[in-house]
Write a protein that binds this ligand. Structure first.
Ligand SMILES: *[C@@H]1O[C@H](CO)[C@@H](O)[C@H](O)[C@H]1NC(C)=O
Ligand SMILES: *[C@@H]1O[C@H](CO)[C@@H](O)[C@H](O)[C@H]1NC(C)=O
Ligand SMILES: *[C@@H]1O[C@H](CO)[C@@H](O)[C@H](O)[C@H]1NC(C)=O
Ligand SMILES: *[C@@H]1O[C@H](CO)[C@@H](O)[C@H](O)[C@H]1NC(C)=O
Length: 262
């Protein structure tokens, strides 16, 4: 009688762990599937398409993304207009941004609107009205950042944090009264400070010898940023799957031990 009871309790225990093991493998499959979709996905923003795909009519600087993009032709025309989202690049009175500097901001905007490769760096945001998701810490190749800063170093601005430190009035940004217009060189000092601070850490300055994104590339050679996204996912997958598989191993060994004891 006693031994029968014990066996039943043991069996419940075994069943419990087998179900736990099964559930954990199901969940790890789901998360791997999610990660695969991340390689090719669009941010949930105002202008972004739901899914990336070919777009024949991308405008000028955004055309490298033609084969696979999150932006439409219309969005890319506006991206070249210099006031998308009401953002005023000429926020310092009587200091119009130079064309060579603006060109890099347009390229940055093309990347933001069109890139299907930032999935692994996406974060939810609640504080911004123009988008529900943003990217954080995307590795930007040092040379792309250096060229951008070099083109802008003699232009003027009044803050190093363009995401959060402007005053927004009537749908456009302006310098806070207490701020002072100075050159990019004075405000940011160097290229890495510039790229990392200007959009509040959307970019991370990254040596070209490491996996990093290009905002400037020749689309006819394919999009080099696809591999960077794949690398990032592989990196976080191997960390996750190592944890998952060791938990699964324990969950399988434990019932087996119990069975053998019984
Ligand atoms: C074109 O893009 C602009 C700027 O993003 C947007 O306000 C407008 O609604 C778009 N028009 C169409 C027809 O999609
Ligand atoms: C905002 O726009 C309104 C209407 O065009 C105008 O009367 C007002 O002065 C503007 N406010 C500022 C601070 O520029
Ligand atoms: C820029 O300056 C910061 C300190 O303000 C330093 O940590 C960083 O390494 C510098 N970056 C480059 C590219 O020289
Ligand atoms: C931008 O400004 C906000 C608020 O002042 C601050 O929390 C954030 O750390 C700043 N980001 C950078 C890159 O300085």
């Amino acid at each position: 009688m006693r031994s029968h009871k014990k066996r039943t309790a043991g069996h419940y225990f075994v069943t419990f762990f087998l179900i736990l093991g099964l559930l954990s493998s199901v969940f790890s499959q789901i998360s791997i599937k999610d990660k695969r979709q991340l390689v090719n996905s669009c941010i949930d923003g105002n202008n972004h398409k739901r899914e990336p795909g070919p777009e024949d009519s991308l405008h000028q600087q955004c055309s490298p993304w033609k084969n696979n993009s999150c932006c439409t032709g219309n969005t890319t025309v506006h991206a070249h207009g210099g006031k998308m989202y009401g953002f005023n690049y000429n926020h310092c009175p009587n200091k119009k941004m130079s064309n060579k500097c603006l060109e890099h901001f347009v390229q940055d905007l093309c990347f933001y609107e069109c890139s299907p490769n930032v999935g692994p760096w996406v974060q939810m945001v609640s504080s911004m009205k123009m988008r529900r998701e943003r990217f954080l810490g995307v590795p930007l190749c040092a040379t792309d950042c250096d060229d951008w800063f070099k083109a802008c170093k003699d232009d003027f601005t009044c803050t190093d944090n363009w995401t959060l430190n402007f005053e927004w009035i009537n749908g456009t940004n302006r310098c806070r009264p207490e701020s002072e217009c100075r050159t990019f060189s004075e405000i940011f000092q160097n290229s890495s400070n510039f790229c990392e601070r200007v959009w509040d850490h959307s970019w991370k300055y990254t040596d070209n010898s490491e996996p990093c994104m290009r905002i400037w590339f020749d689309g006819s050679q394919g999009n080099p940023n696809e591999n960077v996204a794949r690398w990032k996912i592989q990196q976080s997958n191997s960390a996750v799957s190592y944890k998952v598989s060791s938990v699964q191993l324990l969950l399988c060994i434990f019932p087996a031990l119990l069975l053998s004891v019984n």
